[in-house]
Design a protein. Sequence first.
Length: 452
Amino acid sequence: MITAYVTQKSSNVRFAKSILRSQPRTAGNCKSYNVVVDSSQRFQTHMGFGGAFTEAAMIAVSVLPPDKRKQVIDAYFSKDGLCYNLARLPMHSTDFCPRPRVYIADGDAALETFDVSWDAARFDFYKECEAASGGFFTVLSTWSPPAFMKDNNELQHGGKLLDEYKKPWAEYFCRFIEEMKKRGIRIDAMTVQNEPEAVQRWESCIYTATEEAEFIRDHLYPSLVAHGLDDTKIILWDHNRDAVVRRVLESFAVEGVRDLVWGIGYHWYCCPKSDNLSTVHAICPEKALLLTECCVELACDSTTGERQYAGEWEHGERYAKNIINDFNNYSQGWIDWNMYLDEEGGPTYVKNFCEAPIMIDKRTGEVLYMSSYYYIGHFSKFIKEGAVRLYCGNDCDKQLYTVAYQNPDGSKIIVIENTSSRRREIVLDIDGESTRFVIRPHAIATLVADGK
């Protein structure tokens, strides 16, 4: 027996449940598309889904009364919600903050003034969400060292970490991890720098592949060891798919670095080329691969040049298409950017407005669920941590996307997305057993086959 859950555009259908019965394959139906799952061909193990604990997300939720606050937290983290178990925790400020701030006084290379207390509300929000989830795998990321440590003496506009501050900056990471431990927050993994090849008008810092690798080998890892924190995993890159192959090759050319790096983080911006991830997997199959940031920017789309607006159905479709393509190319986890934003797509001190899957009107307290919320849920609610990806192929030439997993309990999960304006007749073949069904235009279906 197969249970189907469907979400569809131009309707109120969200996770609509139905039962599909096995049907023998009939010959000669050229209108059908075939989706084939072979559970003998097995690939990467799934880590989970999650989002980033930005200051903007915390502020957006803070306007809600306790009952609504619990609802929106449970919407992501409870077992009846999206079952999020991954988290990204920025270290001091990002573009999604009311203003830029760090944890030390200007010029304090000895870290004598290190103080995270101004950020305490965000850490409390993290713990509130973690309690609803039951536990997180948490990735630490930073957007810039303090201004005095950089050659441009700014948090913003790129710049580079000065040689004399590489050790203090590595110590800064360790101090933050230790402060989080005191607050009951475990940092499982960390990246060196968010988007290390981007000069932004918000917090940013440039590292070449060699510079990032040498910082890991000569400063970051030795500091982690000295503080007894070497169980914190190191993730390379944390930037777009377009340069991930080159970046891995150049960083791993630095002697000793490959052995210190646990995984490769990437973002979805600018480049839809998911098969770059398969190339990285071929280069270093022992390394974890996970998406560490994505969002829909409410400005001109960098690919199409078209204006983006909150609530467009295609935003959810974009999430699902990227998730399916990345998972079919060895990605093991998916961490979204802001989980909550206000009705404008902020707060952001640089007015870098974006969409979040849940948006909260700060004037009225109305909670709006974007299409991306439901599309992410078609994966995160059903594909469990520890699931293994199975072979899944289809013979449609375009606008039909498919992926399959087997959960630890033996159940098989098949997600099928139809981005076309036409209904698709599907014949699903799981290990030789066929089932027929129809997927509507601009719809996504998650099919759950009982374990055997």
